[in-house]
Design a protein around this ligand. Sequence first.
Ligand SMILES: NC(=O)c1ccc[n+]([C@@H]2O[C@H](COP(=O)([O-])OP(=O)(O)OC[C@H]3O[C@@H](n4cnc5c(N)ncnc54)[C@H](OP(=O)(O)O)[C@@H]3O)[C@@H](O)[C@H]2O)c1
Length: 320
Amino acid sequence: MAEKIYNWGIVGAGRISRKFVDGLKDARNARAYSIAARDLTRAQQFASEKGMPVAYGSYQELANDPNVDAVYIGTTNTEHCAHAILMLEHKKPVLCEKPFAMNRQEVDKMVAAARANNTFLMEAFWTNFLPSMNAVRKIIADGTIGEVRCIHSDFGFFREYNPNDRIFNPQVGGGSVLDIGLYPVFLAVTLLGFPQRVRAEGIKTHDNIDLTASMFLEWKNGAFARLVSSFTVNLDNEAYIYGSKGKITMHGQWHCPTRISVTVNDITTDYPVTSVGNGYNYEAEEVQNCLAQGLTQSPLLPLSHSTRFISLLDSIIEQM
Ligand SMILES: NC(=O)c1ccc[n+]([C@@H]2O[C@H](COP(=O)([O-])OP(=O)(O)OC[C@H]3O[C@@H](n4cnc5c(N)ncnc54)[C@H](OP(=O)(O)O)[C@@H]3O)[C@@H](O)[C@H]2O)c1
């Protein structure tokens, strides 16, 4: 029997949607099928650029299309909740960009909609599915660096302040934590579990957008993480995972690294990682694998994790 090909519908014709569609080329059994934008011309331009057969001038039309097998939501942060619920209510499996939504209340509504419609929902935390992340998990599971005691990671780039730019704009959910700071937080949580305590400080714009955030997480066993995000400076964007016996370095850009090294007894060796595509292919394949098994959430990134994760981000943002 021929394998099922999954028709992806894309919501929002912006930058990340373009990258996701590029990623689909390297996802097994995936097809970039339809694009919906708020404006038909934008959708048609996207479709012709990416060789997609169907373009819609509204998100509702994509929700109504019976040929769509899975939906990717690449709209601005403040719209994720409404767009995910729209698709779930039309029984469309949803992969929704990070941050999953603006806060815990919104994520709860999305999860409730997924449950009420018995339909798949997953946060598009693409780094969770990368071979590099699996390599780090394996190095730790093998005991090579001993017990993880400290994570030090940052994610910062310089962007000229422009109030109309999505990342600086409170109307569409701007701010460094929700845009990039969540990557180091996710890494720490992935490797150490949810922390006992979190402290955060930030530098903000006049309209309450965090340009820089400093986060300190603590665990019961004494492990800790010091994490930074910033829009005001190009940081090294490396991640260091220190254990009782050694250290893993995820070299820059650590969230999609080209190099991972392990240091034990002052000797550093590169750890080989094989990767295909631009990285977004792996999360798409995870969705398809789950759908093929009739699952409504991913065992590798369950909704309970996304719910606790947004609560942690809420707490960081509240403290700043
Ligand atoms: N995973 C990653 O690596 C990654 C990287 C960058 C961004 N992201 C995430 O992806 C999302 C989009 O980021 P982006 O950089 O692609 O932004 P973008 O280029 O500005 O695209 C955002 C899209 O949102 C749509 N939209 C719907 N309602 C909107 C509204 N009320 N105001 C403004 N836009 C609205 C627009 O779609 P129409 O075309 O329909 O007008 C626009 O194309 C964000 O949540 C961001 O955090 C993820």
